[in-house]
Design a protein around this ligand. Structure first.
Ligand code: HEC
Length: 296
């Protein structure tokens, strides 16, 4: 009797074990079908620029790059419509990529260097370039800052880093542009053979004195000085007390893309460029004074 009961229990146990095994077999994941699954991940990658734009840019620039994202209303300057011209920076993939990674200091445009790797930056720059060039251009209404710079004949360079510059005076005393942070710096590229440049020297000296309380420094970088002493002697005659400088490397004017003289670059106290202008100007004119007296 005892033995018979044992046999019955053993049969039940075997049947139970087979049942569990069968159920477990059902639960195992089915092998993935090879073909359709392989194609799936490619679809989002093809639009990676668009996806990244949606995540990082659309809140300000709007889903189609029209400058109408939900966060745009309160921004000064506002994000512009990518189809608007002129742009502040060049409408090229390379320039868009740089702006995307570096941001624009002094505006809401953020740097994304920590969020986007090189491939993602390429993808988003390509996508923005497409948004910028696929619709007919619309005229851009200048912002207040742009209008101020334009009225004084300055090209808007706000937010860009100026080239490095080290100059020295006749005594060999060096001045580095990067050491002048905290001051507004006007770089005046001039030459002894440039009549208009020499005419500007006394006016610029006066301007520097007038705006001393605004921490304006004017650096007169002489472009044709083989003998800086000669340039200083000329300055002593037309604007006594004014110090002139020369760039030790001799490449300053080229690095600052000076095509004609006189030329000026305005650099803000944070060390970033504000704008540049070519040709003689009336340094007492209200439009010009507005550029120099305004905090950038
Ligand atoms: C928080 C808001 C904000 C976000 C997010 C933002 N931007 Fe901007 N962006 C701006 C503003 C504001 C300006 C305009 C600055 C100006 O005109 O001085 C700007 C300007 C630009 C410009 C320069 C256009 C020109 O005129 O030269 C480019 C290019 C640009 N943004 C691309 C991007 C890309 C790409 C992203 C996403 C990775 C992005 N932005 C995210 C606010 C934003």
């Amino acid at each position: 009797m005892t033995q018979a009961r044992f046999v019955i229990l053993a049969v039940v146990a075997v049947v139970g074990a087979v049942g569990v095994g069968w159920a477990a077999g059902k639960l195992r994941p089915a092998p993935a079908p090879a073909q359709p699954a392989a194609a799936a991940p490619l679809a989002p990658a093809a639009n990676r620029g668009e996806v990244l734009f949606g995540v990082y840019c659309a809140s300000c620039h709007g889903p189609e790059g029209r400058g109408d994202g939900p966060s745009s209303a309160a921004l000064r300057p506002p994000p512009r419509d990518f189809a608007a011209r002129p742009w502040r920076f060049a409408v090229t993939r390379e320039s868009i990529r740089k702006v995307t990674l570096d941001g624009i200091p002094g505006t809401a445009m953020p740097a994304t260097r920590n969020a986007l790797g090189p491939a993602d930056a390429d993808a988003v720059a390509d996508y923005v370039f497409g948004l910028a060039t696929s619709r007919p251009a619309v005229p851009h209404e200048p912002t207040e800052e742009e209008a101020i710079l334009q009225a004084a004949g300055f090209t808007d360079l706000r937010g860009t880093a100026p080239p490095q510059l080290v100059v020295a005076d006749t005594a060999g005393k060096e001045v580095k542009l990067s050491d002048l942070k905290g001051r507004t710096v006007l770089l005046h590229f001039w030459a002894t053979t440039c009549v208009h440049c020499v005419k500007e020297l006394p006016h610029l000296k006066e301007l520097e004195a007038k705006l001393a309380d605004r921490k304006l420094t004017v650096l007169h970088v002489c472009a044709d000085a083989d003998e800086l002493a000669e340039a200083q002697a000329l300055a002593d005659k037309v604007a006594p007390g004014l110090r002139v400088h020369a760039d030790a490397s001799g490449l300053g004017p080229q690095r600052f893309e000076v095509q004609a003289l006189p030329a000026v670059w305005l650099v803000a106290p944070d060390g970033k460029a504000v704008g540049r202008a070519t040709g003689m100007r009336d340094w007492a004119a209200p439009a010009v004074r507005k550029v120099l007296e305004r905090g950038w």
